[in-house]
Write a protein that binds this ligand. Structure first.
Ligand code: HEM
Ligand SMILES: [Cu+2]
Length: 641
């Protein structure tokens, strides 16, 4: 008995166009979704950067009046929120999307339409938050929105509602993407690729995705509680109503500290791919780097109150969190030593991606060390809420995450596009960013030690902070020029188009075995994996014995065999490219997910729902048709129609 599957009437045909806007709106291709994340996040990086430069212009001299206090509050809130949720996270997602299927030998992620949905929800969420600028009501309560300041008593405007609604919508996008990558990495690896043959970047993607799926719901709960306090008069964080504003801090940092690892682990994965390639050595201590990443991800849940040493939780609690925070320096140190071990004795090529990766190690270590300094409650009680803290987190987020991401951009750009970014402009980009970055944030360490509070829109002339602030502001504009040189490099190289070929760097992992850019189906044949760095050993089989102490044929695996983690072989039909699949529909044996508009339509409906919270409840009804249409169309979308 055949089951008749329900179909939902198509209001317009499935997207077929290979190019043009409709091909992007209907795409479910992980590579295209990666590109969409990359371009969108880079545009927000420019916006977040301009917000930062406006603040630095205001702080370049004492008692300046370029920017009024309320606007300054909105600037640092939007800058912090933008850089964390609209720049570093989606730039990492751009790499996850582009690289994970290629690195594990798959043709796409596990849920391609869900992947598209994540991107569109992210886009609409980011537009909703930034639309607040147009209403003059941008969020102003800081990127961690402390209660009771973020409640309506002190903040009656819609700014913090934009913040909460926007972050909750972004949370949906991140959680959906996180689930997608966990399932993809656990289920879609090529035959033979056991867990300890997965490239490090993909491992860090897995750990980051698990953190995202666990941490984002916590922020969502806090956001909903704050929103009901703001709109429906509940008292979660209102002490007059029996609530507790300190509870907001606990809930926010329970999310917030794992969040910093969500920001840094992808960059650590990138650096762990770049260093071996340009040192021409396998990563030193691969298992230790994997375990250190997992331990960091795990211990990251037990340190959140180090953000609250001065709240008054008492010596016992402070001591416990001081110890857990200092302990987390150990797995971080293990990674740093393994990166240095990889460089040690290597045949080093100092090109742009390598310069960014080596700078990452140095700058991140500086940020890590200032972190260990204020992991001790007594010193933190002097540094809390000063520019020392601002310097610390910019060393780990700009010196760490951002420099790591730039290394990845220069490293995989030839794979994404088929052509190189210009090396000379690349070095200029790196040098300007490094000089600008250090000139911006080094002086902030001693400004903080000298008592300059963070988030002040100006300072008195007699404080003696002028020179350091002027240097810091000049540095930030130099950093801005560095980013400008990067943009020039992209357009200049696009004109020059110096072609790169499939494997321009003599890479080690599977993404370099495909063409540049890869074909839509990624691999003509699903790769067979026997070793970590399989592509390297495909190219240099003679080196296998050097690394594994045996020759290739000892461990020969029949082609097409499915290998589980213990290396046991099981017969599977060989999947090869091009052959007709016998459906008489001209489709080859390579099945690719079909394009679909429904993720876009569903995300659009959800976004309209969100705007109802900052406009009028009735707007919900405008979102409902799109939401229902998207949901039903998607769930009843036939395959290959
Ligand atoms: C690219 C150059 C950057 C410059 C020049 C810069 C500059 C600034 C400035 C001036 C502030 C306000 C400090 C205060 O008044 O307390 C700030 C705050 C902040 N920045 Fe950056 N920043 C940059 C990049 C980044 C990046 C890449 C991140 C990554 C996530 C980031 C995250 C933050 C956060 C979270 C805050 C705190 C906002 C708050 O107090 O609510 N910044 N930054
Ligand atoms: Cu923390």
């Amino acid at each position: 008995m055949t089951t008749k599957s329900l179909t939902f009437p198509r209001l317009f045909p499935r997207p077929q166009a290979k190019w043009g806007i409709w091909s992007w709106i209907g795409t479910v291709d992980h590579k295209r979704i990666g590109t969409l994340y990359g371009i969108t996040a880079f545009i927000w990086f420019i916006v977040g950067g301009i917000e930062a430069l406006m603040m630095r212009a205001q702080l370049a001299s004492a008692e300046a009046s370029l920017i009024d206090p309320e606007t300054f509050n909105q600037l640092f809130t939007m800058h912090g929120t933008t850089m964390v949720f609209l720049v570093i996270m989606p730039l990492s997602a751009a790499f996850f999307n582009w690289l994970v299927p290629l690195q594990i030998g798959a043709r796409d992620v596990a849920f391609p339409r869900l992947n598209a949905l994540s991107f569109w929800i992210f886009l609409f969420g980011s537009l909703i938050i930034n639309a607040s600028w147009l209403t003059g009501n941008a969020p102003n309560g800081g990127w961690f929105g402390y209660a009771p300041n973020s409640g309506t008593t002190f903040n009656p405007g819609l700014g913090m509602t934009y913040w909460i609604v926007g972050l909750n919508i972004l949370g949906v996008a991140s959680i959906a993407a996180g689930l997608n990558f966990i399932v993809t990495i656990l289920n879609m690896r090529a035959p033979g690729m056991g867990m300890f043959k997965i490239p490090i970047f993909t491992w860090m993607t897995l750990i980051t995705s698990i953190l995202i799926v666990l941490a984002m719901p916590i922020l969502a709960v806090a956001g909903i509680q704050l929103q009901t306090d703001r709109v429906y008069g509940t008292h979660f964080f209102n002490s007059l109503g029996g609530g507790d504003p300190v509870m907001w801090q606990h809930i926010f940092w329970l999310f917030g500290h794992p969040e910093v690892y969500i920001l840094i682990l992808p960059a650590m994965g990138i650096v762990s791919e770049v260093l071996p390639t340009f040192a021409r050595k396998p990563l030193f201590g691969y298992p230790f780097v994997v375990f250190a990443g997992a331990v960091i991800g795990f211990m990251g849940w037990f340190v959140w109150s180090h953000h609250m040493f001065t709240v008054g939780l008492g010596p016992a609690v402070n001591t416990a969190f001081a110890v857990s925070t200092m302990l987390i320096a150990v797995p971080t140190g293990v990674k740093i030593f393994n990166w240095l071990g990889t460089l040690w004795g290597g045949n080093i090529r100092l090109n742009t991606p390598m310069l960014f990766s080596i700078s990452f190690i140095a700058m991140f270590t500086i940020g890590g060390l200032s972190g260990v300094i204020h992991a001790s409650p007594p010193t933190d009680s002097q540094q809390q809420d000063t520019y020392f803290v601002v310097a610390h987190f910019h060393y780990v987020l700009v010196g760490g995450a951002l420099l790591g991401i730039f290394s990845g951009i220069y490293f995989w750009w030839p794979k994404f596009t088929g052509w190189f970014l210009n090396e000379k402009l690349g070095i200029a980009n790196w040098a300007l960013m490094m000089i600008g970055f250090n000139l911006t944030f080094v002086p902030q360490h001693w400004l903080g030690m000298d008592g300059m509070p963070r988030r002040i829109y100006t300072y008195a002339e007699n404080m003696g902070w002028e020179n350091s602030n002027l240097a810091s502001s000049i540095g930030s504009f130099l950093l801005g020029v560095g980013i400008l040189v990067f943009i020039i490099n992209v357009f200049y190289s696009m004109m020059k188009k110096k072609m790169a070929g499939a494997d321009p760097w003599d890479g080690r992992t599977l993404e370099w075995s495909t063409s540049s850019p890869p074909p839509e189906h990624d691999f003509d044949e699903i790769p067979q994996v026997k070793y970590r760095d399989q592509f390297w050993f495909d190219k240099y089989p003679e080196t296998i014995s050097e690394y594994y102490g045996h020759n290739d044929d000892d461990q020969a695996v029949p082609s097409g065999a499915q290998i589980d983690d213990d290396g046991e072989a099981a017969e599977l039909p060989v999947v090869s490219g091009g052959a007709d699949d016998g459906h008489g529909d001209g489709h080859s044996a390579i099945h690719l997910p079909d394009k679909s508009y429904y993720p876009f339509i569903l995300a659009f409906g959800l976004a309209i729902f969100g705007t109802a919270f900052v406009t009028d409840g009735l707007v919900l009804f405008a979102g409902a048709p799109f939401f229902i249409w998207g949901l039903l169309g998607w769930s009843m979308e036939p395959v290959n129609d």
